[in-house]
Design a binder for this molecule. Structure first.
Ligand code: FAD
Ligand code: NAP
Length: 313
């Protein structure tokens, strides 16, 4: 353990973490940003961002996140390419332990640990993960060129995945458990258009019962709807049914809501149930979960941390 006590440590390198770091640098807090295992966060897996203000060139997620990282770095953010496995949040100085055993001390902590892909939780899905079952079309879509795939889910992520795969695959089924969608209207419209030439097909009011395979790879899927069990021949299944907050290390240490979302609003808007500990982005938001709202709350968390430190002086 070094003797250094940081003014602020930021956990996570998504839009919330980088924005928190940019504001912390400008406030003279000399932040340490611990990137976690996914540098750039969730957005690095997406091929197109069309709603980041000012970027009407629709950059891919990696490009956008590289610009944020560069901005934070140029202003002087110190980076640690590690992830935190243990926290002690009691008292004025918070202690964090990294996976490699480094111990870090800080007066304020800004948690921006985001969220992780959810899976359906059926046995056959686990069996075929990496053998045709994926949660990331940008990462794995290439393996399914001119093949048949299904995307499960009815939110924006499912529609983005399906649109991306429709450019690569011979057929894309969108399988959703209801007949209305959470996805943005513009995305629904774009995918609906592609139904006309038969490239895309919606399978609605249908639950996935089983992923079929030959032991080595996916060969199909069984769905159940009002008319019974139906088998679809497939080469790949992309699960896009939302995310769970990455907050397991805070269980029993911070107040959490349903789905592991960190509860905020204790004194300062972004302060958690422990003074000096702030949270921003998807890990503290079960509702909006956008890149821009994450960046916005990242900014708020740093401003709150700054005010907290000033009150302590
Ligand atoms: P994340 O981006 O999830 O980043 C979390 C960070 O925390 C990661 O760097 C991770 O490595 C780190 N971390 C986790 N645990 C630890 C730990 N223990 N220690 C240290 N670090 C840790 N939103 C839009 O506005 N527009 C879009 O077009 C859009 N497209 C999307 C497409 C897909 C496929 C997905 C999945 C989401 C999309 N979203 C989009 C939502 C957007 O990605 C999220 O709202 C946003 O990334 C959340 O930012 P965040 O900084 O809170 O967390
Ligand atoms: P989401 O909006 O929560 O949608 C999840 C979808 O999966 C829902 O349709 C849900 O069905 C379905 N689902 C959940 N659990 C399921 C299960 N066990 N079995 C079958 N289906 C299940 O999640 P998301 O699509 O990942 O989006 C997350 C956030 O990122 C949202 O805020 C979204 O706006 C944002 N995002 C934005 C963009 C963009 O371009 N603006 C792109 C991607 C993501 P029900 O509808 O029946 O609940």
């Amino acid at each position: 353990m070094t003797n250094k006590i940081y003014q602020t440590v930021i956990l996570g390198s998504g839009p919330a973490g980088f924005t928190a770091a940019i504001y912390a640098c400008r406030a003279g807090l000399e932040p340490l940003l611990i990137t976690g295992q996914q540098l750039g966060g969730q957005l690095v897996t997406t091929p197109e961002i069309s709603n980041w203000p000012g970027r009407f060139d629709n950059p891919n997620g990696s490009d956008l996140m590289e610009t944020l990282e560069k901005h934070a770095s140029t202003l002087g953010t110190q980076f640690l390419y590690e992830y935190i496995v243990e926290v002690d949040l009691k008292g004025d100085i918070k202690t964090l332990t990294t996976a490699s055993g480094q111990v870090i001390q800080t007066k304020t902590l800004i948690i921006c640990t985001g969220a992780n892909a959810k899976y359906l939780g059926i046995e056959s899905e686990t069996q075929y993960k990496g053998k045709g079952v994926s949660a990331c079309a940008t990462c794995d879509g290439f393996f399914f060129r001119q093949k048949k795939v299904a995307v499960v889910g009815g939110g924006s992520a499912a529609f983005i995945e399906a649109l991306y795969l429709a450019n690569i695959c011979s057929k894309v089924y969108l399988v959703h458990r209801r007949d209305s969608f959470r996805a943005e209207t513009a995305l629904v419209k774009r995918l609906t258009e592609l139904q006309k030439d038969g490239k895309v097909e919606f399978i609605l009011n249908a639950n996935v019962d089983e992923i079929l395979g030959d032991g080595n790879k996916v060969t199909g899927m069984v769905v159940i709807n009002q008319t019974g069990r139906h088998e679809i021949e497939l080469d790949g299944v992309f699960v896009a049914i939302g995310h769970t907050a990455n907050t397991q290390i805070f269980e029993g240490k911070l107040e959490l809501e349903k789905g592991g979302i960190i509860k905020t609003g204790f004194g300062f808007k972004t302060q958690t149930s422990v003074p000096g500990v702030f949270a921003a982005g998807d890990c503290a938001d079960g509702e909006y979960r956008q890149a821009i709202t994450s960046a916005g709350t990242g900014c708020m968390a740093t401003l709150d941390a700054e005010h907290y430190l000033q009150e302590k002086l």
